[in-house]
Write a protein that binds this ligand. Structure first.
Ligand code: DGL
Length: 276
């Protein structure tokens, strides 16, 4: 009897453990927002590596080192699952993270790729992301694995990240930048465009304006949240207790800018972001 009670308490405690999410900065908040929406009772810890952003122009070695440190930090906070809410980290270091951390880890690539293949009618799919993501060809490989006939057209859009981090989501400069990057993809007659960077959903309005109505934009945020929920359910770790969840935010640099812009991204107040 005593043992059974102990097991029940242990199970309850493990359900209450938070979900950990990390990104190089603010962009992963677009994923966090969907995690909050899909799993309203889950506690969440978010870490933004604001001191070292951007990752998108760094080497595999550096990105793997940063990503491993971020994941170890979240693990040390007792999270039950980690979401790597950064396409650059996923493209270059997800398999290594999974091997090193030995715990449930979900990335952002697979959910987006599956969705894109599902909805593309012409099989002509565009991918936009940071330099490191595009150069890694992680999306091309995954798309082709699902369907060999798919034609992939990729373009890195490095200036999108600072524009989003600056909160310039709908300005003339952002529009002109988007046009310069995306005109190449317009010529390729794609019908689906994967936003392979967690910052880009913030620029969706402008990207849509440039690409036109006929191109379907895939941002992986809600697909990732669905995948997290399915995984937790499968593991028996989904917290469905109807209690108000706790959200904690951590950053690696001064928090003022993160809080100011982050509140815009999340559409809710960030009462505190601790520097670690
Ligand atoms: N959030 C990162 C990503 O999804 C982009 C920002 C960066 O370059 O660090 O790739």
């Amino acid at each position: 009897m005593k043992k059974q009670r102990g097991l029940l308490i242990n199970r309850k405690n493990s359900l209450l453990k938070p979900i950990g999410i990390f990104d190089s900065g603010l962009g992963g908040l677009t994923v966090a927002k969907e995690v909050f929406r899909f799993m309203p009772h889950e506690n969440v810890i978010y870490f933004g590596d604001t001191a070292r952003v951007p990752y998108g122009n760094k080497s595999k070695e550096t990105i793997t080192r940063f990503s491993t440190e971020n994941a170890i930090f979240l693990k040390s906070r007792g999270v039950k699952l980690i979401v790597v809410a950064c396409n650059t980290s996923c493209s270059l270091s997800l398999p290594i993270l999974k091997k090193r951390l030995k715990m449930p880890i979900i990335g952002v690539i697979n959910p987006a790729v599956k969705k894109a293949v599902e909805i593309s009618k012409s099989g002509r799919i565009g991918v936009i992301g940071t330099n490191s993501t595009i150069n890694s060809k992680a999306y091309d490989k995954r798309l082709k694995m699902l369907d060999r006939k798919i034609k992939v057209f990729s373009k890195s859009c490095p200036l999108f990240v600072p524009l989003a981090e600056e909160g310039w989501l709908d300005t003339d400069i952002t529009y002109r930048t988007a046009k310069m990057y995306l005109d190449y993809l317009k010529l390729k007659n794609i019908d689906t465009l994967i936003l392979a960077c967690t910052h880009y959903p913030l620029l969706k309005k402008i990207i849509k304006k440039v690409m036109g109505k006929k191109v379907e934009l895939i941002d992986s945020t809600s697909e990732v949240a669905r995948a997290v929920k399915a995984t937790l359910k499968q593991l028996g770790s989904l917290n469905e207790q109807k209690k108000k969840p706790g959200y904690q935010f951590y950053v690696s640099d001064e928090a003022t800018h993160f809080i100011k812009v982050g509140e815009k991204f999340l559409g809710r107040k960030i009462s505190c972001a601790r520097k670690v």
